[in-house]
Design a protein around this ligand. Structure first.
Ligand SMILES: NC(=O)c1ccc[n+]([C@@H]2O[C@H](COP(=O)([O-])OP(=O)(O)OC[C@H]3O[C@@H](n4cnc5c(N)ncnc54)[C@H](O)[C@@H]3O)[C@@H](O)[C@H]2O)c1
Length: 353
């Protein structure tokens, strides 16, 4: 059964459609929002190997004229160096502002391709087909697009909402367990900050099979919770900050380990547990909440405690984070499971006893 979420952003509104095997009905879905003929696909080598032929065949059978570019997989591709070859390919394909880009891949391709769409010819439309759990529940929703600089991640970007998001949960079967867990950290986050029932539902899942058997519900609930925040605060100046729960510590952890030891999701999982253990100690979160986070992370065989709060190098990465507003640090804390708030503080917060 297909599930549909309408993201209401006035003239920038769009639908997210979640359906097993939606790759088989792409043309049909795309024709509902796009009356043109040309589609340019941006993807990476791994995703291309699994899914590009299927996508191209479906689009060509639907009467579209299609071209594509295949980029190396991995975060390094989200760079300035990737832009020019993509822009050149779009020019060679005679793309106009009426034509449409498709991003087929994980968050790297979605962020980069969305950034290309927001800048090429001062903005063309794009459709997201996210293929990792993280991109399905997080990066494809909300219109944040970006590339990295050598000096830091996501430093150049914009807000550019897609025209449509098509989520095929079947593609997750080819994803590694580590990548699944990466997305799962964000899924758990949604439960922790907004939805106690969802958190409890997740606490009862154990294996990759359990997750995949319930995947439509998991993706739908996560996207829907993100939709609510994005509708309220599209440009990330207030409520949307709540989605950063666990992320301040996570950025410090990732940077401290040179982005090599922990994936983003693994760092977020540790960040969520450690910040909550700390805020509980300071009396800012109800007692017992951090143990519940610990239990769910143990359940999914994820790390939860590396002593980040007491690690000066990790904390120094947090204070030099370019996203901090002056000296004020917005830390997201839980009141209890399913409820959170923005705590305005500074980096001393992590050292308070
Ligand atoms: N825009 C936002 O709001 C937002 C939110 C969160 C994260 N992000 C960004 O997302 C990026 C991370 O995204 P990601 O975790 O999806 O990483 P990714 O795009 O690098 O994908 C991870 C790996 O999985 C492979 N892959 C993708 N789909 C597959 C499939 N179906 N089967 C097998 N392999 C597959 C990719 O080739 C890649 O090697 C980061 O750059 C991060 O900054 C953006």
């Amino acid at each position: 059964m297909a599930k549909k979420i309408h993201v209401n952003l006035n003239e920038k509104s769009y639908d997210i459609i979640i359906k097993e095997d939606i790759l088989k009905s792409l043309s049909e879905e795309i024709k509902k929002v796009y009356k043109g003929e040309k589609l340019f696909i941006i993807t990476d080598d791994i995703v291309a190997r699994f899914y590009l032929d299927k996508v191209i065949n479906n689009l060509k059978d639907g009467g579209f004229s299609v071209d594509y570019i295949i980029l190396p997989n991995g975060e390094k591709t989200k760079s300035i160096e990737s832009l020019e070859p993509i822009y050149n390919a779009l020019i060679d394909f005679n793309m106009t502002r009426k034509d449409m880009i498709i991003t087929l891949g994980g968050g790297v391709i979605g962020d980069l391709g969305g950034f290309v769409a927001s800048t090429f010819l001062r903005g063309v439309g794009f459709i997201q087909i996210p293929t990792t759990l993280l991109s399905q529940v997080d990066s494809s929703v909300g219109g944040k697009v970006a590339i990295d600089l050598k000096k830091g991640k996501n430093l150049v970007g914009s807000f550019h909402q897609p025209k449509l998001v098509l989520i095929d949960t079947n593609v997750l079967t080819t994803l590694s367990l580590r990548n699944i867990k990466d997305g799962l950290a964000e899924v758990i986050k949604y439960g922790l900050i907004f939805d106690k029932d969802f958190f409890e539902f997740l606490s009862n899942l154990k294996t990759k099979e359990d997750i995949l058997n319930n995947i439509e519900h998991i993706v739908y609930t996560s996207c829907n919770l993100k939709r609510i925040v994005v509708e309220e605060d599209e440009k990330d100046t207030g409520e949307r900050m709540k989605l950063n729960f666990g992320h301040t510590l996570a950025h410090g952890i990732e940077a401290h380990f040179n982005y090599e030891k922990y994936t983003h999701g693994e760092a977020v999982a540790i960040g969520m547990y450690e910040i909550t253990k700390h805020s509980e100690k300071l009396g800012l979160t109800s007692k017992g909440v951090s143990d519940k986070i610990k239990d769910i992370l143990i359940n999914f065989d994820m790390e939860y405690d590396i002593g980040a709060i007491n690690n000066d190098s990790i904390l120094s990465h947090i204070s030099s984070d370019k996203k901090n507003e002056g000296k004020v640090l917005n830390v997201i804390l839980l009141n209890e499971i399913g409820k959170c708030y923005i705590h305005k503080t500074n980096t001393q917060f992590f050292k308070d006893e």
